[in-house]
Design a protein around this ligand. Structure first.
Ligand SMILES: C[S@@+](CC[C@H](N)C(=O)[O-])C[C@H]1O[C@@H](n2cnc3c(N)ncnc32)[C@H](O)[C@@H]1O
Length: 291
């Protein structure tokens, strides 16, 4: 398959659109609207791991902001993704001024003289970071009393239907989640397969007070044998990701695993695969620091 992360992130847009928890979203909308009514200066928003920029489009389509000046910074470690975002976002309304920062989120947060933001966003990102070290650093990016919206945090369940082989299905799911738990990026632990539930304790410990939380499961299924938008590509990419993560895994017989991967791709081509990933969304307020 064509292995394009940009196309994957773009295809993910409609999947996230369905998944994002609407109760959590409504609380964010209320707070942002009242902030815009009371605050004199333009709202300062920072999105971590912004990828190809689909969240900005969503926030505009779903009317998060009143049409008043907003400074919106997209930060990502991958410059190619931000280039794609820049192209994608070339026709924004004038009141929304985007800027683009290529950086590691935690290193960026650890810099001195960061002007804090009113709202910090991270979609499908926190499960890639080591929460105990990352969250206290990220707290520095938000002003006291500012808002956070941390969404699509993976939480320990990958369901694929129909079954290929019950024992092998379970072994692959477990091994896949273990690769998330053991992953090391740039010499640092990076996230785990139960990030969603861990955020209930890790967020308050780092000064993020949770005001709303709810599930945001990805549910991708065929209708009349086809998938909407580019979601067949999204599914192929997920199966490809599992293949890459578990390639040459000691506990999975190579031949059986290769057949399993082929069977999953075939189920997508036949419009039969149903994919569910359990995730959680969080919205809240950043607790003022004690002096
Ligand atoms: C799963 S993608 C999600 C992208 C986007 N938020 C979306 O939902 O379409 C994760 C993104 O986080 C970025 N990322 C991962 N670790 C990062 C880090 N430590 N600092 C900055 N960006 C990071 C990746 O480059 C990628 O764009």
């Amino acid at each position: 398959m064509e292995d394009s992360f940009i196309r994957y992130l773009t295809a993910k847009r409609t999947v996230d659109d369905r998944a994002l928890n609407r109760t959590v979203w409504q609380q964010l909308v209320q707070s942002v609207r009242s902030l815009q009514k009371t605050q004199q200066q333009p709202l300062r928003v920072l999105e971590l791991g912004a990828g190809a920029g689909t969240m900005v489009e969503r926030l505009l389509t779903w009317e998060l902001f009143d049409a008043q000046a907003v400074h919106y910074t997209l930060l990502d470690a991958d410059p190619a993704l931000l280039d794609a975002a820049r192209t994608r976002l070339s026709t924004l309304p004038q009141w929304l001024q985007p800027s683009f920062v290529v950086a590691d989120a935690v290193e960026y947060a650890e810099q001195e003289n960061i002007l804090p933001h009113d709202l910090l966003i991270a979609n499908a990102v926190l499960d890639l970071l080591d929460l105990p070290t990352a969250l206290p650093a990220l707290r520095r990016l938000v002003r006291d009393g500012g808002l956070f919206y941390f969404t699509i945090n993976f939480d320990g369940a990958t369901l694929l239907e129909p079954t290929v082989d019950p024992m092998l299905d379970a072994a692959i799911e477990n091994a896949y989640h273990r690769t998330m738990d053991e992953r090391v990026l740039a010499g640092r632990p990076s996230g785990d397969s139960r990030t969603g539930r861990h955020l209930f304790t890790q967020l308050p410990a780092a000064g993020f007070t949770i005001q709303a939380a709810g599930s945001s499961d990805w549910v991708v299924f065929p209708q009349d044998g086809t998938y909407v938008a580019d979601e067949a590509y999204f599914l192929h990419f997920i199966v490809h990701t599992m293949q890459s993560a578990l390639h040459q895994h000691a506990e999975l017989p190579a031949h059986a695993f290769a057949s399993w991967i082929a069977a999953r791709h075939a189920q997508i081509d036949q419009g039969k695969l149903v994919y569910i990933a359990h995730q959680l969304d969080f919205y809240g307020i950043v607790t003022p620091r004690k002096l």
